[in-house]
Design a protein around this ligand. Structure first.
Ligand SMILES: Cc1cc2nc3c(=O)[nH]c(=O)nc-3n(C[C@H](O)[C@H](O)[C@H](O)COP(=O)(O)O)c2cc1C
Length: 190
């Protein structure tokens, strides 16, 4: 697939078939992620792969409970309450795979590097007929000591980009974009 076509046609996928992608396919996506540029080529990332739906379901339950607890202090989460209270809502949409890209240092640049790796991963997934979606809703939980212990994430690592992956159940929806706001800077007079 042409790069521009891949960029334009990738969509967030929230419905997946029962099929679990092969480990070799996931390894190839992670390799693509690791080809992302990084500041001073430090490659400050580590990839944690959860490939078990039951584990992901349990993680979703814990993440929802944490967010519901936080909804008291964070009014912006109030609108999510009905969804978070629903026992059938899985924040990982019953995907077969979650890849959590973690920054291996607290450095701000490492976070940016992980975001670039995440986009590579999502585009590579799309190129292989897989769907993906970044699950920001899991970020608060992933950064708790309990979650880090559960996933084996060292204390000094920071979960940045949690990406679910699987085979899309149906055609992609949406994808509208505003025209980019571009402002050309003029040469200084004189
Ligand atoms: C940082 C970030 C966090 C996101 N968190 C979630 C999430 O928690 N749940 C979800 O369903 N989609 C999430 N998304 C997916 C966006 O909703 C989606 O990318 C956006 O609506 C644009 O749609 P498209 O990816 O199909 O072009 C997230 C995307 C990004 C980049």
């Amino acid at each position: 697939m042409d790069v521009l076509e891949a960029i334009r046609t990738r969509r967030a996928t929230r419905e997946f078939t029962e099929q679990t992608p092969d480990a070799a396919v996931i390894a190839s996506l992670i390799e693509a992620a690791a080809w992302a540029p990084s500041g001073i080529n430090l490659q400050p990332w580590c990839f944690f792969v959860v490939d078990d739906r039951a584990t992901l379901g349990a993680c979703s339950t814990q993440a929802k409970a944490l967010m519901l607890g936080q909804a008291e202090e964070h009014p912006e989460l109030a609108g999510l309450r009905p969804m978070l209270e629903s026992p059938i809502f899985n924040i990982f949409y019953n995907a077969p795979i979650l890849v959590v890209i973690c920054a291996t240092s607290a450095d701000e640049m490492a976070m940016k590097d992980c975001c670039l790796a995440a986009e590579n991963l999502m585009l590579a997934a799309h190129g292989q007929g897989l769907g993906s979606c970044w699950i920001g809703l899991s970020e608060a939980w992933l950064n708790t000591p309990a979650a880090k212990t559960r996933l084996g994430v060292p204390t000094g690592f920071r979960p940045v980009a949690p990406i679910i992956i699987g085979y899309p159940k149906g055609p992609a929806h949406g994808g509208e974009r505003r025209a980019p706001d571009v402002r050309h800077v003029r040469r200084e007079a004189g």
